[in-house]
Design a protein. Structure first.
Length: 390
């Protein structure tokens, strides 16, 4: 029997048969330059496949197969002399089954936790005194509140003098009511979608950016009491700032975009004194001087509004880090580096140093390309400029 017919008979590939021959498990005779498989080879192959189905490794089969091929054609005729290795394999398989059961229980618990996404963090009661009406400067009054663990989950903050109202929904402040997205579809599926949109090389460079952001935040926010994260277009690196800020600092997070999915993903790492606010920076209800800021939306604001507005009350000597996207070719949508530095200088910030990722190719399908028309892949460079209030 030739090798192709032999492989087909046992429903394996020719390469598999050749591998077993190279391992010395099959020893067919040769006729001229071709293998000639006998009935003994068929019996040995049957035994190999049977032992594989029992979870035997090739090396574990060797002695048994040699003995069988020399002394008997019956697959299990030699069991008596090799009973111990079968008993050991049986015990090993039982151990593997127990381990797999434990693994499956862990997976089931993880899947259950992933499917249940609930808002558990709110606006800390301790931060309410920091919230004032931007129109008349009066302290805001809490109304219709639902409170859990000293945090406001639902309610309103109202200025009793001028009537300005902020809403608290899903543990976040808003200058207008926003609704929760479809949690299971939009929120739970977001990470997988991001990985599908970008290749591995891009993801690795984003991870380096994430790690560097964490280092920058830890260094610049080390002595800060009040910290601002302004903008939501680069939410993937927000957690890097969260985890490296001083534990007793107050963290104010502001964005025009719907931050509910981001908050849900990051609630486990959000510092205890954290306030999420969705609305225009001009309407921000917090009036405390910030010691450190991480600013993300310069490019988006310049593109959409024609100018960049930032929080007005940075303390003298405050440090800020600004995320900026640079493209080698001239872009109608992104301001270049010189304009960015001029704009920041006009706002009272002087550049101290910078971190650059180097050029990265971004796929047109990526959500990171949302500001563009997504007509083609683009080469970009991400930069974090560290500045100081002068």
């Amino acid at each position: 029997m030739k090798i192709g017919e032999f492989a087909k008979k046992h429903e394996v590939t020719v390469d598999t048969v050749r591998h077993y021959i190279s391992e010395g498990l099959l020893t067919p005779l040769r006729k001229n330059t071709q293998y000639d498989f006998s009935e003994i080879d068929n019996q040995v192959m049957d035994t190999i496949l049977l032992l594989k189905s029992m979870n035997f490794k090739l090396e574990e089969m060797r002695g048994y197969l040699l003995f069988q091929s020399m002394y008997s054609g019956n697959v299990l005729a030699c069991l008596g002399g090799f009973r111990k290795i079968f008993e050991e394999k049986l015990n090993e398989n039982k151990r593997i089954i127990r381990e797999l059961q434990i693994m499956n229980e862990r997976i089931e618990k993880h899947l259950e936790a992933c499917n249940v996404k609930e808002i558990s963090r709110g606006v800390p009661l301790s931060m309410l005194p920091d919230l004032v009406c931007p129109d008349c400067g009066k302290v805001l009054t809490l109304d219709d509140a639902v409170i859990s663990h000293n945090e406001v989950m639902e309610g309103k903050l109202v200025c009793l003098d001028c009537g300005r109202t902020y809403y608290i929904r899903y543990g976040m402040m808003m200058d207008e009511i926003m609704e929760m997205p479809q949690v299971n579809e939009e929120v739970v599926g977001a990470p997988e979608g991001y990985l599908e949109q970008n290749d591995e090389n891009y993801i690795i460079k984003i991870r380096h950016l994430y790690q560097k952001t964490a280092e920058i935040a830890e260094e610049n926010a080390a002595q800060a009491h009040n910290i601002l994260i302004d903008g939501g277009s680069v939410t993937i690196i927000n957690s890097a700032v969260f985890m490296r800020t001083p534990p007793e600092a107050k963290l104010f997070i502001r964005s025009n975009e719907n931050m509910i999915p981001v908050k849900m993903y990051m609630e486990e790492i959000i510092p205890k004194n954290t306030l999420f606010y969705m609305g225009d920076i001009e309407n921000a209800p917090f009036q405390v001087p910030m010691d450190y800021g991480f600013l993300e939306d310069y490019d988006v604001d310049v593109f959409q509004k024609g100018c960049f507005r930032t929080y007005k009350q940075f303390a003298p000597g405050a440090k800020i880090s600004c995320f900026k996207v640079l493209v080698p070719e001239k872009s109608e949508k992104l301001a270049d580096e010189e304009k960015f530095l001029r704009d920041m200088k006009a706002l009272g910030f002087q550049k101290k140093d910078e971190y650059r990722t180097g050029k990265i190719l971004i796929k047109k399908e990526s959500i990171d390309m949302d500001i563009f028309k997504k007509e083609k892949d683009m080469e970009m460079e991400y930069v974090i400029f560290n500045m100081e209030k002068v």
